[in-house]
Design a protein around this ligand. Structure first.
Ligand code: CTP
Ligand code: MG
Length: 176
């Protein structure tokens, strides 16, 4: 079990392929920390933002508005000093930079979790769910992931953790 010590004013950024288990991880994490006041609303999900504006969690034609909304909600949460988990693939350097810059503007602590999950497992999990992303997208994401693993250590994250399919994470909130 990996214990991650973070201040309350932290932006956790999830980074990984479709089907790597990011949303499942986020929901399990808040469930385990319910007694510390974590609620499902700490998770800001790009797929939920997509659904909010288009009624379709998979609509790729509304990316710009989806991410405007995604960043806007995160930005507004930071004004309220709320602990926040950004649930998107964050596989592109620009996506991570935008989140990092936003957090830095608010003097937030930043914590990046990279999901280093074998593509075969992502594909298997993808096939078991309702909304299928498909093997081609996962193959593309796997390439981006390899680049993210190389790039992320050079980016200015306060904390960087690389998770595999077995890693269990515990949060330890530092006093303000
Ligand atoms: N899953 C699983 N065991 C895990 C993690 C995930 O069985 N340890 C399953 C989930 O129940 C889900 C599928 O794998 O049906 C994909 O997991 P999800 O958390 O939705 O993956 P994400 O990374 O969030 O995928 P996306 O980027 O497409 O949202
Ligand atoms: Mg998800």
């Amino acid at each position: 079990c990996l214990t991650v010590e973070i201040p309350q004013r932290t932006l956790v950024v999830l980074c990984g392929s479709a089907g790597s288990g990011k949303s499942t991880f986020a929901h399990n994490l808040i469930a385990r920390h319910k007694n510390q006041g974590l609620k499902p609303t700490v998770i800001v999900s790009s797929d939920q933002c997509r659904a909010m504006i288009s009624d379709d969690e998979a609509n790729q034609f509304v990316n710009r508005d989806t991410f405007d909304l995604f960043h806007f909600i995160i930005h507004k949460r930071m004004f309220q000093d709320r602990f926040t988990i950004a649930d998107s693939t964050a596989l592109q350097v620009e996506a991570r930079q935008r989140l990092l810059a936003l957090a830095q503007r608010h003097h937030y602590h930043t914590c990046l979790f990279i999901f280093n999950i074998p593509p075969a497992l992502c594909i298997q999990r993808d096939q078991q769910r309702q909304r299928l992303v498909g093997e081609q997208v996962i193959a593309y994401h796997t390439n981006l992931l390899q680049q993210a693993l190389l790039d992320a250590p050079k980016e200015n994250w306060n904390q960087l953790h690389i998770l595999d399919e077995h890693t269990k994470v515990e949060l330890a909130f530092l006093p303000n």
